[in-house]
Design a protein around this ligand. Structure first.
Ligand SMILES: [Zn+2]
Length: 138
């Protein structure tokens, strides 16, 4: 499972471009440039084919040497049925909201976490893959 962005006109963007698109208020850059329309992009979960899954597995094989990333993942695993806001995680782990948001996005890129957007806020949840990887390191 991985995530990408898609606008209502069907333009799709890799998750790596999330921060760029978010900086423009989640507006699709292609619609804006070519059709002068403000079409919002939404986060989608995609299903990779098997070869991509294997490549992703190798590419993203977990390196939780980073203590904070481990702590975030651990927190999400303890609250896996909830949509977790960065500010709440930050309070719990005693660090800044910005730091959590940044690290959480790295975890999303590695498919350990999924992000969903409601109103203007990001909510994080651990993936099944993230739970498994975390379990291996306990
Ligand atoms: Zn578009």
């Amino acid at each position: 499972m991985s995530q990408e962005l898609e606008c209502m006109e069907g333009h799709r963007f890799p998750f790596e471009q999330y921060s760029m698109i978010e900086a423009f208020g989640m507006i699709c850059p292609i619609c804006s440039r070519e059709n002068h329309k403000m079409i919002p992009c939404e986060l989608k979960v995609t299903n990779n084919n098997v070869i991509e899954l294997i490549q992703d597995y190798v590419k993203h094989s977990l390196n939780l040497s980073d203590e904070l990333e481990f702590e975030i993942l651990n927190y999400l695993s303890l609250n896996k049925d909830e949509y977790n806001r960065a500010s709440v995680i930050a309070e719990e782990l005693d660090c800044t909201y910005q730091l959590i948001a940044k690290r959480a996005m790295k975890l999303v890129e590695r498919e350990l976490v999924v992000v969903s957007k409601r109103d203007t806020r990001n909510y994080y949840q651990i993936t099944e893959y993230g739970l498994n990887e975390l379990e291996k390191r306990r």
